[in-house]
Design a protein around this ligand. Structure first.
Ligand code: 5GP
Length: 191
């Protein structure tokens, strides 16, 4: 998605060799006009899949998921990060290791909001090592729901998550795929 790549080139900053900061338009301050374009692009790619629910993870996926849901006309469920396993039985639980914080979280979704009748599109801002996406897929599987695929805004293709998930048969659609990046040279895209 050229508009998104241009914006990353213009406003993204690279920290170290593996963290891309896009907090001026994607995950702190949010450019909703750009989100609308992102939502329309996800709809174009997943239009024929019969998606009836969008699943994301708090916090930074929520804004994009909500705007995308306006294109799909379906509800959004966000998985909640919880510090404790001590939760009542009405939830699906999985464990996720956070790429940006290095912590392990339990991540939960209420059984009321995900079930076998659902055909789920997962939406997230970044795909790096794939832990967040694998956790969300685990929740979809626990619920007996169908997975239509995953829509990712920025995939760091030099990290292993995308390739591993695609090789397992998951349909992963990323709008910008970063081949490499550095503080000195900025961001280079796959295509
Ligand atoms: P993964 O679980 O695939 O390793 O990482 C995905 C999660 O980590 C995303 O939900 C995102 O919040 C965060 N993340 C991973 N890489 C980056 C990055 O380069 N920049 C930012 N801002 N967040 C990232």
């Amino acid at each position: 998605m050229e508009l998104l790549k241009e914006r990353i080139r213009r406003d993204g900053t690279v920290k170290g060799n593996d963290v891309l900061k896009v907090d001026s338009f994607l995950n702190h301050q949010m450019d909703i006009a750009l989100f609308e374009e992102i939502g329309r692009e996800f709809l174009r790619r997943f239009a024929d899949c019969g998606v009836n629910k969008i699943l994301t993870i708090e916090a930074s996926g929520i804004g994009i998921a909500c705007v995308t849901a306006q294109s799909f006309h379906c509800p959004v469920v966000f998985a909640k990060k919880s510090q404790t396993r001590n939760i009542d039985g009405g939830v699906y639980v999985t464990r996720v290791e956070s790429f940006t914080h290095g912590k392990v979280y339990d991540v939960i979704v209420s059984k009321k909001f995900l079930g076998p009748e659902d055909n789920v599109l997962i939406i997230d801002d970044f795909l790096a090592n794939g832990a967040a996406l694998e956790g969300l897929i685990d929740l979809v599987n626990q619920a007996g729901a169908r997975l239509a695929g995953a829509g990712i805004v920025i995939e760091k293709a030099f990290q292993p998550g995308g390739e591993r998930l695609r090789s397992k048969g998951v349909r992963v659609e990323s709008l910008a795929r970063v081949a490499s990046m550095s503080e000195k040279d900025g961001v280079r895209f796959v295509d």
